[in-house]
Ligand binder design. Sequence first.
Ligand code: GDP
Length: 426
Amino acid sequence: MGNCAVVGVNWGDEGKGRMVDLIAEDYDVVVRFQGGGNAGHTVVNEKGSFALHLLPSGIFRKGVVNVLGNGVALDPENLWLEIQALRDKGIDITPKNLRISDRAPLLMPWHRRLDELEEERLADKKYGSTKQGIAAFYSDKYQKKTVLAGELFYPDELRCHLKDISEWKNLILTEVYGAEAYTEEMLEKWISDFCEPVKPFICDTGAFLREAAAEGKRVLFEAQLGALRDLDYGICPYTTSSNTLARYAPIGAGAPTVVPDEVIGVVKAYSTCVGEGPFVSELFGEEGEKLRAEGREYGAKTGRPRRVGALDLVATRYGAEVQDASVIAVTKLDVLSCMETIPVCVRYRVNGAETESFPFPALLAGAEPVIERVKGWGCDISGARKWEDLPEAARSYVDMIEKAAGRLVRYISVGPERDSIIIREA
Ligand code: GDP
C-alpha cells in the first residue's frame, strides 16, 4: 500500500470526507491540494458530527499530520474560525498536526466582496457561487496578484506588496463596481485578527512531504468537489476555479514527486448538484423532494437545498475516466431504500441522438436524460457490513455502477457513521 487520493467522480458532495475519515488511520499525512472553504465535508465519528470547510478530514485522527497545500485558496479568516470551532468541540489542533504551505496564496478580504459584487451584477445569469471569493482568488493567483502565506514572515516586504496589490484592487472595486475601497488600516486589522493566529502553522510543507515520503510515510490526498466541477474538464463555466482531479494532487500538495499510487473515486448512489448550471438527470416534484429529505441534501457550508437527480451513468463514466480512478466507493446507497423503483439515467439524448458519451459543455443545456427504472430493495440496508448482507437488487445496482465506471467498486457506504461500510476485495 502506498499513497492514495480520494476524489469526487460527480459534482461534489459525494461523501469524500466520510471516506477520508474512514481510511485516514492507514496514513501518516492527509493533504488538501485544491479548493477553498467554499464547500464542506461532513464527518461523523465518535467525537461528534463536524462540517469541515478547509481543514483536511484527517484532523480527527491521532498521529496524522494534516497539510494544506499550495493549491488551496487559503482564507485565514475562515480557517481561524474553523480551527477555533473545532477546538471548542475538543479537537486538538496544533502546528504538530496541521501544517500550512508557505507557498499557499492568501484569499484576501476583497475576494469575498468581489464574488458578491459580481454575482449581484450577473443577476439572473449568476453562477451560483457560494460567495466565498474562490473565483476572484484564483483569477488573482493566475494574475500573480496575491500574497503567499510565507510572506507573513517578512512584514516589511508584505506591507509594500499589499500596498501595490490594494492600489490595483481598489481601482476595480471603486471604478468598476462602485464599491468601497480597502484602507491600510482595514488590511492591518485583517492581518492581526486572522493571519497572525494561523502563522504558527505555516512552514515549507514541500520539504515536509518529501521527507515524509523518504521515510516511507503514507500520504492521503483529499480533494474538494468532483470531476464535473474541474476547471479544465468540468461543465464550464459552472465549474470551480481549480483542478479537482487526482492528477493535480501532487502539484497542489506541494511535492510533485509524491504521487498517489491509488485513486479512490467516490460516486454517490444518486446525483446531487449545488448551484446553477445544467444537471441532466435532475428530479423534480415529489420524487426529488423525497430523495432530498431522505439524503439530507442541504449544503454543509450554505444550508442551501441541493438539487437532486437520478444516478447519472453518463456523467459517472466520464468522471471515473478523467479521475483515472483505480477503484470506486459508492456512498449513500442506504438513502435509496426509500424508493420502490429507482430512476437511473443510462444515456443522454443530444440533438435527437442517444449517447453514452459525456457531451461538450455547450450541448449540456439541451441534453435530455434517458431514464430507466430499476427495482428497489424495499428494506433498510444500513446494518449491512458484508456484500452478502445486501439484497439482490442492491447488489445489482452496485454492479451497474461498476460496469459504467469500468472499475471495481471496493467500498459501499450504507450510512454516515464510520463503520457503516462494506469493503469488497477484488
Ligand atoms: P463531501 O464534500 O464529498 O465530503 O460530501 P459532503 O460531506 O458534502 O456530503 C456527504 C454527506 O452524506 C455528509 O452529510 C455525510 O455524513 C453523509 N454520508 C456520507 N456517506 C453516507 C452514507 O453512506 N449514507 C448516508 N445516509 N449518509 C452518508
